[in-house]
Design a binder for this molecule. Sequence first.
Ligand code: ASP
Length: 340
Amino acid sequence: MKPSVLIIYTGGTIGMINDPLTGELKSFDFNLIDEHVPELNRLNVDMTTISFSTPIDSSNMQPENWVEIGELIEANYSKFDGFVVLHGSDTMAYTGSALSFMFDGLRKPVIITGSQLPIGTIRTDGKENLITAIEIAASKDSSGEPIIQEVAIYFEYHLYRGNRSTKDSASNFQAIKSPNLTELAAAGVNIEYRHEILYRTTSTDLTVQKAFNKRVALIKLYPGIDFTIYKSVFDRAKVDGIVLETFGAGNAPKSADLEQLCSEFITEGGYILNITQCNTGKVQHGMYETSSLFDRIGVISGADMTAEAAVTKMMSVLANSDREDVSQCLSENLRGELTI
Ligand code: ASP
């Protein structure tokens, strides 16, 4: 029997064509995808497509849209061998992270892809991305188990873990990278999987955590930063969690304002997660004097998480975990998103 793949089109450049009259890029009816990519008919895969009622530029993606994608996968989980989510590249890494935290017990591939040029243009990167993403979503090992059992992003010959990915280029075909974890697979003549790093769940059943707490803020430090400008971000009436993007191995300038804002925020029940602005390496509290404050006042180390993973993890954990579990969930490795 042919493997079956559900393709969910959310929007983004991949599903656009040039309107011959106006020259503008617009979304086409994705149910007619095989008219634009006739090669799909030669894949040995049964494909079904579903489209968002109004496809969106991924800059407009909201947690509600992550839930919509998650619910489509949940409702169709037993009917398909794998899932391909077509998505704009701008916020693809946020969706790749958010979906990974939503699904506990996932044992099928959820492959997100998109493109830098519309699928209807001659030099499009969309065809290869789409075809290989479908092939990966349909792939099983010799015992009939899906090879990928996690949320991943396929872009320009590379498959990355969703919650390790980041948008790296606004113009190169290689738009997505995974700076702190090697690729899960490389597509050349063959698709070479790195079996030793593929994520495997220990949960038996699929559960989908659909709540996200939007009372989360992200602050990137810079030399000269005046923390009093950010006072309202540390206001517990409005904010439950803050991701701090610090320097190097998790360092911040010595500042009485920062110390006071952070410690009051935490004492009042807020959570602060420390991640680094560096692309590679990780936060190590106490390595320098400029980070030892954080351990003392209860800031949590985000290790080598991307900003995308840190923000979505905080949104998910704050909405779905009991109060006494939040700190532990934030610091531990839930879905392969960090290296302890
Ligand atoms: N702005 C587009 C989007 O993210 C870019 C893309 O599709 O890659 O939806």
